[in-house]
Design a protein around this ligand. Sequence first.
Ligand code: NAI
Length: 266
Amino acid sequence: MTRTIVVTGSASGIGATTAELLRDRGDRVIGIDLREADINADLSVPEARERAVRETTDRADGVIDAVIACAGISAPVPATIAVNYFGVTELLTGLLPALSRSAAPRAAVVSSMASLQPNSPELVAAALAGDEQRALAIAHELCAHGPEAGYIVYPSSKRALSRWVRRESITPAWAGAGIPLNAVAPGTVLTPMTQDLLSDPTTVAMVDAAVPMPLGYHQPPGSIAHLLIWLTGPENTHLAGQVIYDDGGADVSLRGEDIWSWADRS
Ligand code: NAI
């Protein structure tokens, strides 16, 4: 059966590849992006998010089978928290009524292995509290200290997003309504986002030190797109609240084998 699937960030990289694969297999895709999409909207702006929710719901005649949220930026600017956290969580929440009218509703977001990197606890807390003004103020302050300090907005946005997915996934609104909600955390993906970084051997060495990828090295966008499509297909009946590190082994390289000993604390 044809499914109606909303893909954000559909004009480039992982989102564009996901939209193309879905269209190729006969699904109906509603793309959202800044430009060159079915719905052009700046997801860093609250009013534009609300408009995107209305227009997407109208275009889908009120029933959406899946939402795949790929839109994101990694620049050391305050907008990074607005797009990567609020632009995802508010859009998903706004589309819940249309999702809940589907026979097999699903949602997946693109987080990042960068969620494991040093972050700003204050910024993560403000995002998780839903306080966009405070989050933007903290991000402004960080970015005012230059690009190195400003970069921390990106891992903070992804840490908060991954935690939001885990927190919300088991609530009545999601699991209780029969909607699997999950995140994918990529390693280094070959898209326009990483093009400049990967064109200079010095920055490639920095990236590879931070994101070691023993399996397959830098990954094509399709490696993420196929997983997003499975997560949001009817075949996924019980996978919920997971942050799946689809990263060539970067997470294991960094965190090691043992993610269970938290259970052994007395
Ligand atoms: P990309 O730059 O190729 O695509 C991102 C898309 O998001 C673009 O089409 C852009 O126009 C859209 N977008 C940006 N700001 C927006 C806004 N305010 N409103 C609406 N749309 C907006 O990048 P890529 O690599 O495909 O990134 C997709 C997701 O994957 C992002 O969330 C990124 O953080 C995440 N990611 C990417 C990695 C990589 O190595 N490329 C690694 C880990 C995560």
